[in-house]
Design a protein around this ligand. Sequence first.
Ligand code: SER
Length: 605
Amino acid sequence: MTASELRQKYLKFFADRGHKIISSASLLPENDPTVLFTTAGMHPLVPYLMGENHPSGQRLVDAQKCVRTDDIDEVGDATHHTFFEMMGNWSLGDYFKKESIAWSWEFLTSAEGLNLNPALLAVSVFAGDGDAPFDEESYNLWLEAGVPAERIAKLPKKNNWWGPAGQSGPCGPDTEIFYWSGKEDEVPASFNDDHDLWVEIWNNVFMQYFKNTEGKFNLLQQKNVDTGLGLERVTAILNHCDNYQTDLFWPIIQKIEHLSAKKYLSDGGTTRSMRIVADHLKASVFIIGDPRGVTPSNIGQGYVVRRLLRRAIVQAGRLDINTKTDLNWLNDIVFVIIDIYAEAYPELAENRDAIMQAVIQEAEKFQRTLENGLKEFDKIVVENNLVKGQDVFNLFQSYGFPWELSEELALEKGWRIDRQGFEQELAKHQELSRTASAGKFKGGLADHSVETTRLHTAAHLLLAALRQVLGDHVVQKGSNITAERLRFDFSHPEKMTSEQKSEVEALVNEAISKKLKVSFEEISLTDAKESGATGVFDSKYGEMVKVYTVGHDNGEEQRNWDDIFSREICGGPHVESLADLGHFKLIKEEASSAGVRRIKAILEY
Ligand code: SER
């Protein structure tokens, strides 16, 4: 069965059971400041899991594009990817465990579905702890479906609980389904999820809790089902091959074989390099070609694409592909990738020229700096065989070396690199790195002109005032600031009243009239959190953050703030004092998307 047949079969199976097929959301989340990319099918659906009405109803089914970079170092083995597709069926306050488990089992084992041998399947359920009880209902439902007790493992939260990692959000116990990928006659009678040959293929989350920022679990107003079935993995299982030998990858691998005159699986190093080239270029094509796509840069999502592309180029070099004088190899591979997905994701073909251009430009940029960087690398002085984080950062900053490249060069000399030190330097030096790396949180400054900067500071005042007037549930969802006006998205379930609007305006103008000072400190994420700063507390790039405070400042080195009006994690830039901010005026307050309001405001002089 090909991947597109599997995709279609899955969508149809659930459409026949009352689910509306919805298309994949963008890979770049619009209103979620907590992640850089859509990492699971549930991300774009969070407002609906929390109770907003979905325009397509309460039963949905989709195949969602996802990018996860947490495991980027694992890519190169047979199963890890940065880009993958997750198929999912959703109940938004409709059916729950009974139907979810019965349908999953039916889809996997019936002729209408995948016809998998039930003797090769096993499941796990949540064992229970202080936050939530043992999921006895799921356990019994699996027994009813015919799964023998010894193939049902009861596991703790670490294994059988799903929710956005380390943050607040909807979550709940899950039940996972595993497939025995070893020889049929060697399948163990009992199930142990530590065994490598048991591969997790499907995760059904019974999302009925909300984890708040204090880590407390409260019941959601509705019970939801969120399931995730990995397209790449299941295609591989159905075809008895590894993920890279499925039709989602094989044409790319063949192209790489041709370009390198090497064979996949001929030796470990070759195989790993081929997989990295295939995986990283595919992810890059999807990120650049997304309707909200980004091109390589030094911050946030753009930095991820840069890293993916440069890692791919380094690995292609290892395969002896001529990456120096001729960039056609990149075009060739990008073509193949777009072809594979032409039907499922037509946006790629539509954006073909832009994708090619971005990829080639990045490769050219990388090449120009590579040689100089290599010379620079040879000048590095190391102590105790450890390359300092600062040196790795300088190579990145000046020559665009992904840290992986420095690491490889270091390894050749028997050295190691201080990766943590590198990440700290990166966080410290990249203006906006924190906010941009944490998503689209504050991506929206049109320029750094005086007017734009003033409005940026005004946006901080606005957030603080909104939280005072409407409550602490208000968080920033996005902003777009030009020299003329600011646009600000924030979470709030209903239209603001005119009294609330006047109150917000008055609070901001009062702060301005007090000529409060603005300044920033670089402190650890933990300290920032403890000091009550607002902002995004989840980051991939190190621990130091910039926190801007607006208040009375005694001006001494040992700061003594009083009358703090606003305190926010932010990359800047901001004015130093509110003295010349003018008069703040709300122009418009309207709905932006489910649970999100949008304000337009100006400063008048
Ligand atoms: N959200 C769950 C996961 O990502 C199920 O879709 O595994």
